[in-house]
Write a protein that binds this ligand. Structure first.
Ligand SMILES: [Zn+2]
Length: 154
């Protein structure tokens, strides 16, 4: 007897234009098409400021749009490839705490992203650095604001 075939990995479902944006989850009534959807696909990386790029990158994580994540990553720190999220990971929400300009083409955005995996809640608190290169905002890197250590290593 052959074992039953493994279920195919579910591809991220395309989001309806009227769906609430993942960066907002309907709290402010923002639709994906009017929010982060504007910066995905052909417009990726064209977010007008670092906070908008931060939101659109969070939405790209939620939607599994790894091409947008890589396309908006500064070449100095961009990984060669991104691992898929662990199966069962659910993103629960994004809260942008602060955004400030740190130079003519530099900015910092502090945020909390919440997720759940295997029944355990996880909270990512990060202060990200962004640089504007040739008019496009790019993610550089991030630290845990409490420890000052690189974020995401917990
Ligand atoms: Zn959004």
């Amino acid at each position: 007897m052959a074992p039953p075939p493994a279920p195919a990995a579910a591809a991220p479902a395309p989001l309806a234009a009227a769906a609430p944006c993942p960066c907002d989850l309907g709290a402010a009534g923002r639709r994906y098409a009017d929010c982060c959807g504007r910066y995905h696909g052909a417009g990726c990386g064209q977010a007008p400021d670092a906070a908008s790029l931060m939101r659109s990158r969070y939405s790209a994580f939620v939607l599994g749009r790894r091409e947008e994540l890589l396309a908006t990553w500064h070449h100095d720190t961009r990984p060669a490839a991104l691992e898929p999220d662990p199966p069962g990971l659910r993103w629960l929400g994004l809260s942008v705490k602060a955004a400030r300009s740190t130079g003519p083409d530099a900015a910092e955005v502090e945020f909390i992203a919440r997720s759940k995996l295997g029944g355990r809640a996880h909270r990512l608190h990060e202060r990200s650095r962004f640089l504007r290169v040739d008019g496009r905002w790019l993610y550089l890197d991030g630290v845990d604001p409490a420890s000052g250590l690189p974020a995401g290593g917990a």
